[in-house]
Design a protein around this ligand. Structure first.
Ligand code: PBG
Length: 324
């Protein structure tokens, strides 16, 4: 054959492949989710997330120092609230001495440059396990937004660099921005979970925080996975209301959404490589059915290639180890 163009020329060695690679992973890409529990010197492996732990605050601080050493620059905090502090208002969420608030302070004291992001949603604090306040079996929007504003301000006060509302109530980004401005927190960023879908892949996370909904599901606030255009609508509204960074979540079954959002906004786009996506790779690797390291790199690269500027992932440390 005489061919004008042989595409395999650019694939024939590792050197040329690496030179023409369109997508590269870097420690700068990753946000590290951390699960924090009350107590001391204890780490508990999450059964459905092998190799991932819920740490007490002292161990979390040690972990954050290690992450910073590795070149990871951002953590996203989730706390496990004791059952006796849960109620329908979720008021423990804005307790100035709550675990989240103490965690933010302790981490910023230990590693001031680490970007600390906090999850803002009522589910870990709700006796119903819902992201909002429940009235007559409904998740009520506007009272929930008021609670989220209080929660966000208390995180900002504790020193959070970004608040990350993951609740999908209407109007919460604008309300949180207004609240932060009114209290003088003009440097606190908002990373909005803008297109967050009602997904079965959150299961392991709900194990980690004991936060599964006590009744029903989250379909009246999280998005229907059948929808794409709605993701753009949600995201554009969050940008309009003041989101600094937007997010698509989950990531893997939603790569098309990540691209759609990336092409529609001019703010950084993040994607959350969620707990169920982590669990699937871990489970298949444990069975010897896939190569875990290769699956991690391929997965994270696909999320970045789809358009994610930032990736929240439980594989952040593995990825840094694998790319360095
Ligand atoms: C809470 C929240 C969830 C996740 C992040 N924040 C669970 C949910 O919405 O039920 C999921 C993260 C993961 O699965 O890794 N609002």
């Amino acid at each position: 054959m005489i061919l004008q163009r042989r595409n395999r020329i650019l694939r024939q060695s590792a050197a040329i492949r690496s030179m023409v690679a369109e997508t590269r992973l870097s420690p700068d890409d990753f946000i590290v989710p951390l699960f924090i529990d009350e107590g001391e010197n204890t780490r508990i492996e999450i059964p459905s997330m092998p190799g991932y732990y819920r740490n007490t605050l002292d161990l979390t601080v040690t972990e954050v120092k290690e992450l910073w050493q590795m070149g990871l620059k951002s953590v996203l905090l989730f706390i496990k609230c004791k059952d006796e502090w849960k109620d329908n208002t979720g008021k423990e969420a804005w307790n100035p001495d709550g675990l989240m608030q103490r965690a933010v302070k302790a981490i910023k004291d230990a590693v001031p440059e680490m970007l600390v992001m906090t999850d803002v949603a009522l589910d870990p604090y709700s006796s119903f396990g819902h992201d909002g306040i429940v009235e007559n079996g409904q998740i009520v929007n506007d009272p929930t937004v008021e609670a989220l504003v209080k929660m966000s301000i208390s995180h900002a006060k504790a020193g959070a660099d970004f608040v990350a509302p993951s609740d999908m109530m209407d109007g919460r980004i604008g309300a949180i921005r207004k609240g932060l401005e009114a209290e003088g927190y003009i440097n606190t960023g908002i990373m909005s979970y803008s297109a967050k879908y009602a997904s079965c892949f959150y299961g392991p996370f709900r194990d980690a925080l004991d936060s599964a909904p006590g009744f029903g599901d989250k379909k009246t606030y999280q998005m229907d996975y059948a929808n794409r255009i709605e993701a753009v609508k949600e995201t554009l509204m969050d940008v309009e209301e003041g989101a600094d960074i937007v997010m698509v979540k989950p990531a893997l079954a939603y790569l098309d959404i990540i691209r759609e959002v990336k092409n529609s906004v001019s703010v950084p786009v993040s994607a959350y490589n969620i707990s169920g996506e982590y669990a699937m790779i871990k489970a298949a690797a444990k069975m010897g059915w896939i190569n875990e390291d290769k699956a991690i790199l391929e997965t994270l690269t696909s999320i970045k290639r789809a358009g994610a500027d930032l990736i929240a992932t439980y594989f952040a440390k593995d990825a840094v180890r694998l790319i360095s």
